[in-house]
Design a protein around this ligand. Sequence first.
Ligand code: IFM
Length: 459
Amino acid sequence: MNSPVPLHPQHPFPPDFVWGVATSAFQIEGAAQADGRGESIWDRFCRQPGAIADGSNGDLACDHYHRLESDLDLIAGLGVDAYRFSMSWPRVQPSGSGPVNEAGMAFYERLVDGLIRRGIKPYLTLNHWDLPQALQDQGGWAARETVHRFVDYARLAAARLGHRVVSITTHNEPWVMAVLGHEHGIFAPGQRHRGTAMQVAHHLLLSHGLALQALRADGCPARLGIVLNLSPIGPATSSPEDAAAARLEDGRSVRWYMDPLFKGQYPEDVWQHLGSDAPQVQPGDMDIIATPMDFLGVNYYTRGVVSASGAWNVHQGGKPLTDMGWEIVPEGLTELLLRMHRDWQLPPLYVKENGAAFQDTLVQTDAGPRVHDQERTDYIASHIAAVGDALAQGVPMVGYMVWSLMDNFEWASGYAKRFGIVHVDYATLQRTPKDSYLWYRDFLQAQHAQRAPVAAAAA
Ligand code: IFM
C-alpha cells in the first residue's frame, strides 16, 4: 500500500507486546433469535421510538454468528496476536440465571477453538452492555441481586472457556453502562436518575470484585481484569468555575472507578457532591472491589474539555474531529497513561480499544473494491506512537487493540458511524478490508520481523 504512515514508531515495542483487534457481541453477531438466545436490554431499547439515530437494531448486525469462519480468517489475515470479543450473556443464559444454553455456548467454543487453531490468543469480555432483559425486569444493575447473577454467569463462562482463553474481562466501560444508561438515558436501559446510575456503578464494581474472587477460587487460569473508558479531562477556560467543573468530571469519570479499584475507596469530593445520590455501600464492599487484578484495560478515543455550563467536549479549535465529533488528540493518550501511572499502583496495562469513525467510501479499482481511509490509518498510527511514548516513560503497557475489526452497530448512532478497519456493506454483508487494515497488517509484520531475532537469541 501507498501509505506515508511509518511502519516503525519512534519508540520500539518489546517483543512480547500484545497487538490485537476488538469487537463486541451485540454490535456484530446478529442472530438475535437464533438457538435459544434470550432478549437483552439493547434489543428492547432499540425498539423505543427515537432511541437509535437510524431506527436500526442488532437483529442482523454483521451476521457474524453465521459468518464465523470467514471472519476468523479476516482476523488471522491481519497477523494480530490477540482478538478481543465479548460473550452475549442472554445467548448463553437466556434469562440471566439457570443452566447454560448449550447451543449458544457452542458458538463461543467454536470461536475460541477457531482462534486457537489460527494461533490467535482469545481475550474474552463477559459484559459488554447486553444484560438479559429478564434481569432488567427484576431491577437490572440497580438491584444488588444482579451482582450475584453476574458472578454465577462468570463462573459458568469460565468453567467452559477459562482454560482456553488468555484473559477474562469482567465489564467493559462501567461508566458508560451506569451514566449513559441510567443518568443520561441515551443508552439501554434508558433511565434518567443520577442516584440510580451511581448505584449501578457500585454494583458493577462489586460484581467485578466478587467475580474475580469466585473465578480464582474455582482455579480459573485466565488472567482477570476490567476495562475502563478514560480520558484526560481539562477545563475549557482558565476560570475557577471551569477548573472546578473539570475536577468534578475527572472525579466522576476517572477517579470514581480508579480509586475504588486501586485504593478501595470512593473519592471524597465526588461523594460529598453527590449527596443523597451517593450509592448504598455495605460493609466489606470496598475491599471486594479492590481485589487485585492481573491487568487493567483502558479504552481511549478523545480528551474531555469541560466548562461550568455543563458541556463535556467543548472544542477548543485546531483539533481535527472524527465522524463522532470527537477531537483527535493522540498526545492525550500519553498524558492519560502517565497520569494513571503516577496516581495509582497499576497492574500490566492494555489499551483495549482505540479507533475512529470516519465517513468511508467504497471505491471500485482494478484491484477490486477499496476504502482509502487515510484518516483512520493516521489516527491508529499516531495513537500507537502515543502508547510507545508512555511505554518509554515507564508506564507498564503490555498491549494495544484497535477498535474495531469491522464496521458494526454503533449503539445509539446505529450503523451510520463506521469504526471498522474492515468495511461492511450492510445490504450484502460483504466485508472489504480498508487501507487501515492493510496498514495495520503491514505494521504488525514489521513488528513481528523485529521480534524474530530477539526470540532466536533467547532460544
Ligand atoms: O463502539 C463502542 C464500543 O462498544 C465501546 N467503546 C467505544 C466504542 C466506540 O464508541
